[in-house]
Ligand binder design. Structure first.
Ligand SMILES: [Mg+2]
Length: 171
């Protein structure tokens, strides 16, 4: 079994990812987080970078669904102008919403990756389901208190992940 707190990929930013990179790894669908992954938590609408990223996925034949633990209003306001499908109040790392998103994409589990900034939410959720997991560094340190607390517990795992990246065990 996969290690639950180890992502398959660890990158500085979502914008380091290209459709070609994903396809080369056999990934044809992305489950995307919003907060601190695509935009900082306090940014309401997608900026040009985030919008272009989602556009480039679509243009290259990749499927994408936003799966956020955020509230309806936040998630809808962000997703609707982008024309991307979404699930709000997803309760990641629980698998219900993630399974639904994979169903919406119509892809087998091994062709799907989850991408987000939180180890105990995004990466754990993906690993529990056995899909690919991609961890990115949070965009902005300005986060709600409960997330700041989670970050403290992420630290020892991140150290190990960074070590694995150095040793080339994680790309
Ligand atoms: Mg997030």
């Amino acid at each position: 079994m996969k290690k639950l707190f180890t992502p398959d990929m660890y990158l500085d930013s979502v914008f380091d990812i290209t459709p070609v990179m994903l396809k080369n790894k056999g990934i044809y669908g992305l489950i995307l987080d919003i907060d601190n992954t695509l935009v900082a938590t306090y940014i309401k609408k997608a900026d040009e970078r985030a919008a272009d990223f989602i556009k480039s996925l679509k243009e290259n034949g990749l499927k994408a669904v936003i799966v956020s633990n955020g509230k309806k209003k936040r998630v809808e306001l962000f997703c609707k102008p982008l024309g991307i499908e979404y699930i709000y109040k997803a309760h990641k790392p629980l698998g219900g919403a993630l399974k639904k998103a994979i169903e919406m994409m119509g892809l087998p589990y091994d062709k799907v990756a989850i991408l987000g900034d939180q180890l105990f939410t995004d990466v754990l959720g993906g690993n529990l389901l056995g899909i690919h997991s991609i961890l990115v560094k949070p965009m902005d340190p300005d986060e709600p208190l409960f997330i700041k607390i989670k970050r403290i517990f992420e630290k020892p795992f991140l150290k190990k992940i960074e070590y694995d990246v150095k040793k080339n065990r994680i790309k």
